[in-house]
Design a protein around this ligand. Structure first.
Ligand code: UGA
Length: 431
């Protein structure tokens, strides 16, 4: 079976290389010629642990290739995964024009049976539109099926998530499409949930909204802990050991970010309103997430009395560890607010420095490591829980700071140890 991926962004690239690694012949297509040239020359446009090695391996064994010729990708494959971007519009809804364009190219170039699978995160009912578009523009009378197969990959652990998923969801409307998708995922030993296309689309909305809700729930709880003197880490453990709740996604912090939760939440709120059943609970989830960033700024003020002209060391710029992605990163929004308050910012991130420079320019000082950020700083704010921020030489840091204060935005440090060393400490829902 030959497979094509259209749209070589995060999802498309990871999906393509992982299928190739499972032994399938994969052609990845994108109209961004620069990106295709880079990939054909062994380069990788994104930072993702293990991806570069796997891409090289699969190119070398002939199972993975890249092209900017989307028509060719359509003609030469039986299964086509649509993985193009669905960026948010001003009203929060997803812009689906790329999906429509690709559906049209598929329709105009298919000359045999095709299974067209939407993998991009799309609003429910996109599958219907893909079908309608292909039926409207197909030039030959060949059969096709549409299907939905939402992805649940997390940046930073995308390959592992693909290879060892909790489940695979396929939304199909024919036995043939179901058989092909089950065969494709056959080598992965996991439960496959089969439903119709709309069901699969809603599973994706529901999964991301529920996970974002868990995070906002624990963040709201962390503020109650702050006021009462309880420790949110202990509270989360006590709550999360109940199997009905479970411990995952109960880490309080500076708020969720990334290219998925904030965008998907907006899109689902918009869809629910369009359907006449506003999912207002999700608006509160968003609100709590926005508030959490303000709370970080307020805590910095509480620690330093006045922020104006104080130097703040920022540890971490990416929205989470193991990625260079700063899209909707809470660190960036918090830095902007601190700058407005007149603070001077020195920052370091193990992977996201380039992207941060493009975004923040000369507004902040970029450092080579945590120690350089701490020199003459009045406070450290830990934004991203990279492993290398967990083991630092606090004695060294103590001696180079102007004031010894740590705002632990991800609750990773031993507060007693830091206090013994003479640091002022504040966490998110713990002291
Ligand atoms: C998320 C989902 O986890 C994936 O299943 C999904 O496929 C993906 O979105 C998508 O829709 O494409 P991702 O955005 O890569 O994946 O990252 P997550 O690991 O989910 O983290 C998202 C944000 O939540 C990060 O800012 C992280 O720091 C924050 N978070 C996560 C918390 O603040 N607390 C937690 O307990 C967990």
């Amino acid at each position: 079976m030959k497979l094509s991926i259209i749209g070589v962004g995060y999802v498309g690239l990871v999906t393509g290389v992982c299928f190739a690694n499972l032994g399938i012949e994969v052609l990845c297509a994108d109209n961004d010629e620069k990106k295709i040239d880079l990939l054909n020359n062994g380069g990788i446009p994104i930072y993702e642990p293990g991806l570069e090695e796997l891409v090289k391996k699969c190119i070398a064994n002939g199972r993975l290739a890249f092209t900017s010729d989307i028509k060719k990708a359509v003609k030469t494959s039986e299964v086509i995964f649509i993985c193009v971007g669905t960026p948010p519009r001003d009203d929060g809804s997803a812009d689906l024009s790329e999906i429509e364009k690709v559906s049209k190219v598929i329709a105009e170039n298919m000359d045999s049976y095709k299974l067209v699978v939407e993998k991009s995160t799309v609003p429910v009912e996109t599958g219907e539109w893909v079908k309608k578009t292909i039926n409207t523009f197909k030039s030959k009378n060949c059969e096709f099926d549409a299907a939905s197969n939402p992805e649940f990959l997390r940046e930073g652990s995308a390959i592992e998530d693909f290879m060892k998923p909790d489940r695979i969801v396929i939304g199909v409307e024919s036995k043939k499409a179901e058989k092909i998708l089950k065969e494709l995922y056959g080598p992965l030993d996991t439960k496959i949930v089969v439903t119709n296309i709309k069901g699969a689309e809603i599973i994706k909305h529901a999964s991301n909204s529920f996970l974002a809700t868990k995070i906002s729930f624990i963040n709201a709880l962390s503020n109650i802990c702050d006021k009462t003197g309880a420790d949110i880490n202990a509270v989360a453990e006590g709550v999360g050991l109940d199997k009905r709740i479970n411990k995952h996604f109960l880490k309080a912090g500076v708020g969720f970010g990334g290219s998925c939760f904030p965008k998907d939440l907006k899109a689902f709120i918009h869809i629910s309103e369009t359907l006449g059943h506003p999912f207002d609970m999700l608006k509160e989830v968003e609100k709590i997430n926005e508030m959490q960033k303000d709370i970080v700024v307020r805590k910095a003020i509480d620690m330093l009395w006045n922020i104006k002209d104080k130097t703040i060391a920022i540890w971490g710029l990416a929205f989470k560890p193991n990625t260079d992605d700063i899209r909707s990163s809470p660190a960036i929004d918090i830095i902007e607010s601190l700058l407005k308050e007149g603070a001077k910012i020195k920052a370091f991130d193990p992977a996201a420095m380039e992207k941060a420079k493009n975004r923040l320019g000369e507004k902040i000082i970029y450092c080579k490591d945590v120690y350089e950020t701490a020199e003459d700083a009045d406070c450290i704010i830990l934004m991203t829980e990279w492993n290398e921020f967990k083991e630092v030489n606090w004695n060294k840091i103590k001696n180079i700071m102007a004031q010894c204060a740590v705002l632990d935005g991800r609750n990773i440090y031993d507060s007693e140890k830091l206090k013994e060393l003479g640091f002022k400490y504040m966490g998110m829902g713990r002291r």
